[in-house]
Design a protein around this ligand. Structure first.
Ligand code: AMP
Length: 867
């Protein structure tokens, strides 16, 4: 048995009622506002498509507006980098039949606090046949819709005018190629008329007592030449004009706005001809025309309507003719019902004869019978429709007999609608309260429970140094034994009681038990292993920064030049990375690929030495996409302290990126070798002491270069997320360049970044807010810079916080959060000048991210200390 939710049940009941009501009257936009099935799942996955997707887990099918998290990675996110102007990306919904759409809702990606991408602005395109697409614009011609301000809230936008379409595309407007993600819902009801288009002569302009009155069809969405053709517009927008045509329902519109009208003088034959095309052959019972009848101003409803029918290629000779009785009393605008005698047709041509100087229509609707009604929801009943103002209509009596039923029906619908609104509002309010409460709880709990822990932690911490060599009985399971730099914070954080539903059984003491130093000399060095990075818990860190961080893609070329693979000659293996191996190669003719600013000191004809990073042949699709994304990121970075991507080989496998060769490898290894050279002997001579001091200025010189590279990245609002000595490369003459944009590339969680389904992050370089809140910002890069500076000035003698286990690092993070003076800072490196430690390094680790220095300030400070 299939179970359905209350929400779905209401959907069905409501839709049934709406459809029944629609038998009797044309669409009423105020009622026709029901979710069309993105949220409730009535729209199938295969009917949701997109121009592109950032990754499998942000595919189109995840673009369903949802009060919870959303599936996958929480939203549809286009691969905006494949389309640098970002304007052609879209999420498409196929509603399978024509719908009258009155409202759209959008929401961003929050992924339960781990994401912060949303579309601030977007446009809508729609199509009735899947081939001809129309850009929606409001009644004043504005196409761009103001979207979301944050990743959580649903923003609803009334479509004025509404859309009649089967296909709808949401197109985020991304000024600077910002990362955007969307979840959407469409609201409306099925368009039962089946009218695909109408063709009319466009309306005329009246001058009434010196006032310009425009009766044009201003929202017509088809072609406009001599006649308006192949579109729908004001006559089907569900808005009926007022009795006084000079006034409008819509605020700020021009006189005559609600009506499409024609002057008798322009039609020598005395009638206006309109052609209506339908989706398929139908059995027409009637047509309702909303007419103005302000005869004191020369406007009257039509004198006669003659309608011809066509099922195949030719119009049938026999028309249906109808003459409404003339109303010389009431000037009210009204619906006039034209009986169509159950004629069968897929197109109707009606001639409306003038009875005065002007004829003004604001709405036309058709009722067709069930015999050929091909509606998937509810077959329409055979019967006469109802006019709302039928004083002079011959069908009035029939209508009257139905009025009570109609009113009853409408009351029921309104009651259900109100109930639904109350339920939705209640759910939203409840949701918000829950979110707020949970955030507050997180804060309170962090404060309160970390307080409980402090005691245990501090007492244990005092024993840390003495217990340094003992064996651990911790339940913590290292998941990447060769690479102690990257840990799985979600597992570790779970060990903190405030995150630890699953660890309730553990007493807080055991969770903070002291561990031995994780790295000792002689153990495989922490920087030797592959680096596998992930932003499992960190995508909220994108905050505004992820979005903003992608600004750097604006206005630059998106493609890298393809280098002929056969001109690369392998020399040696330099290292192994996340994706594959890095080789030193000679590249023949590479000079032609170099930008002017890249100086080549060798004879320009000799092959250039380059580093070639190759993607493993067996890499999966995600790895491949991410390799390409890293290429895109790197191709746009141009700074003397950022390693430069020179060319790529992506035409065939294996994919390669060719970067400048940095002769001295990564900074971590380089500093280790310096240390070995520098401090081999225990007894230093005076000379060596001096050399030590000059070494410090060399080291600070290196830090200056890293700060300079980071200054450049921060000018682009680009968050690196994994700044550390292992990710910097050393060239000639102590030149340092920042490399490895793996972490900044990994904007979304994906299986690739998990090791056996788990996530790893460089916790010892991460700010407290990155670890606990998943927030990555420029300020968290500053924190990591502080740790990198510490690594440099200690010549990478040991891993940061080497005396703390990974669990204790997380606990210490809790201390940084609480800021009660119990947090443990990295100690001052022996040769580090006081001012560098006290004024700079420590300031990088300030709890308040806003109080941390900017890279500009860091750069200036380090330059000063060099002087
Ligand atoms: P990666 O995958 O970028 O972390 O690179 C792995 C290792 O290869 C690094 O730790 C370096 O030792 C070496 N390597 C990477 N790129 C270069 C380069 N451009 N020049 C010299 N060595 C490099």
């Amino acid at each position: 048995m299939k179970f359905i939710t209350v929400h779905q049940l209401l959907h069905h009941v409501f839709f049934l009622l709406l459809a029944t009501a629609a038998v009797r009257c044309q669409v009423n936009p105020e009622m026709c506002r029901y979710p069309l099935g993105m949220t409730g799942g009535q729209i199938q996955d295969e009917d949701i498509s997109a121009s592109s997707q950032w990754s499998e887990s942000t595919a189109a099918r995840f673009g369903r507006l949802d009060l919870d998290n959303g599936d996958g990675d929480g939203a549809w996110c286009p691969d905006i980098m494949s389309e640098p102007d970002g304007l052609k990306e879209y999420l498409q919904v196929d509603l399978r039949s024509l719908h009258f759409i009155t409202l759209v809702g959008t929401q961003g990606r929050h992924a339960d606090g781990m994401g912060n991408e949303f579309a601030q602005r977007y446009r809508i395109k729609y199509s009735r046949d899947g081939t001809n697409w129309v850009g929606w614009h409001d009644r004043k011609g504005r196409q761009v819709i103001e979207g979301n301000r944050n990743a959580y809230d649903v923003v609803l936008k009334d479509l004025e005018p509404p859309i009649i379409a089967r296909f709808v595309r949401f197109m985020p407007v991304t000024d600077h190629s910002m990362i955007v993600c969307m979840r959407v819902e469409l609201y409306g009801c099925e368009w039962l008329d089946g009218l695909m288009s109408y063709s009319i002569p466009d309306g005329h302009q009246m001058i009434y007592r010196g006032l310009d009155v425009y009766f044009n069809d201003s929202v017509y969405d088809g072609a406009s030449a001599e006649r308006l053709t192949k579109g729908l517009g004001q006559l089907t927008d569900g808005t009926w004009g007022l009795d006084d045509f000079l006034h409008s329902h819509m605020y700020g519109m021009w006189p005559g706005y609600d009506f499409v009208g024609w002057s008798n003088r322009s039609f020598p034959k005395g009638y206006v001809e309109m052609i209506f095309e339908f989706d398929h052959v139908r059995n027409f019972t009637s047509m309702k025309v909303h007419c103005n009848n302000m005869f004191s101003r020369g406007v009257r409803m039509f004198r006669q309507a003659g309608c011809y029918f066509r099922s195949g290629s030719d119009w049938e000779a026999e028309p249906v003719t109808f003459r409404p009785s003339v109303d010389r009393v009431s000037q009210s605008a009204r619906f006039v019902t034209v009986p169509l005698g159950d004629r069968t047709a897929s197109a109707i041509k009606c001639r409306f004869h003038f009875s005065d100087m002007w004829m003004l229509f604001s709405e036309i609707a058709f009722q067709s019978g069930s015999a050929v009604y091909n509606n998937s929801l509810t077959p329409r009943k055979h019967g006469h429709p109802t006019n709302t103002l039928p004083a002079d209509d011959p069908t009035h009596k029939v209508d009257d007999s139905n009025t009570r039923i109609l009113i009853g029906c409408l009351v029921a619908i309104i009651a259900i609608l109100l109930t639904i609104i109350v339920i939705i509002l209640w759910r939203q309010v409840w949701q918000k309260m829950l979110e707020k409460a949970s955030r507050r709880m997180l804060d309170d709990e962090l404060t309160a429970r970390l307080a409980v822990q402090t005691q245990a932690f501090s007492s244990q911490h005092s024993s840390l140094t003495s217990e340094g060599g003992s064996t651990s009985n911790s339940t913590y399971e290292r998941i990447f034994p060769l690479c102690a730099d990257y840990q799985e914070p979600s597992r570790l954080i779970r060990k903190l009681p405030e995150f630890a539903q699953s660890t309730d059984h553990l007493d807080s003491g055991s969770s903070s038990k002291a561990l031995p130093a994780t790295v000792s000399d002689g153990a495989p060095h922490y920087a030797e292993a592959d680096i596998i990075s992930l932003q499992e818990a960190s995508d909220s860190g994108t905050n505004s920064t992820t979005a903003v961080s992608m600004n750097l893609f604006a206005g630059t070329e998106s493609s890298m030049r393809e280098f002929p693979r056969h001109k690369l000659t392998f020399k040696e293996k330099l290292g192994e990375g996340q994706f594959g191996e890095v080789h030193l190669c000679e590249a023949e003719g590479m000079q032609d690929f170099l930008d002017e600013d890249l100086a080549v000191d060798e004879n320009s004809d000799s092959p250039l030495l380059v580093a070639v990073k190759t993607l493993r042949e067996d890499a999966n699709k995600n790895a491949r996409n991410d390799f390409l994304k890293e290429i895109r990121i790197m191709s746009r970075l141009r700074d003397p302290n950022i390693v430069r991507l020179l060319a790529v080989c992506v035409d065939t496998d294996p994919l390669c990126m060719i970067t400048e060769y940095m002769e001295n490898g990564d900074l971590n290894q380089f500093l280790c070798s310096l240390r070995r050279k520098q401090f081999q002997e225990d007894n230093k001579t005076e000379q060596e002491e001096k050399e030590g001091k000059s070494m410090v200025s060399k080291l600070i010189g290196m830090a200056v270069q890293i700060a300079s590279g980071m200054k450049y990245l921060s000018s682009l609002n680009f968050v690196h997320r994994d700044l550390a000595t292992r990710n910097c490369l050393v060239g000639k003459n102590f030149t340092i360049k920042i490399a490895d944009f793996g972490m900044s590339r990994n904007l979304y969680r994906g299986d690739y970044y998990r090791i056996q389904g788990r996530a790893v992050l460089p916790i010892r370089w991460m700010s407290w807010e990155s670890i606990l809140l998943g927030k990555f910002t420029m300020a968290s890069d500053v924190w990591a810079f502080g740790v990198t500076l510490w690594e440099i000035l200690t010549l990478c003698k040991e891993q940061p916080y080497s005396q703390l286990s990974d669990e204790q690092v997380i606990e210490n993070t809790g201390e940084f959060f609480r800021d009660q003076g119990k947090q443990v800072y990295l100690p001052k490196p022996p040769y580090c000048p006081d001012s560098v430690y006290n004024d700079l390094m420590l300031s990088c680790w300030r709890r308040n991210a806003k109080q941390r220095p900017s890279f500009q300030e860091i750069h200036a400070h380090l330059m000063e200390s060099l002087a």
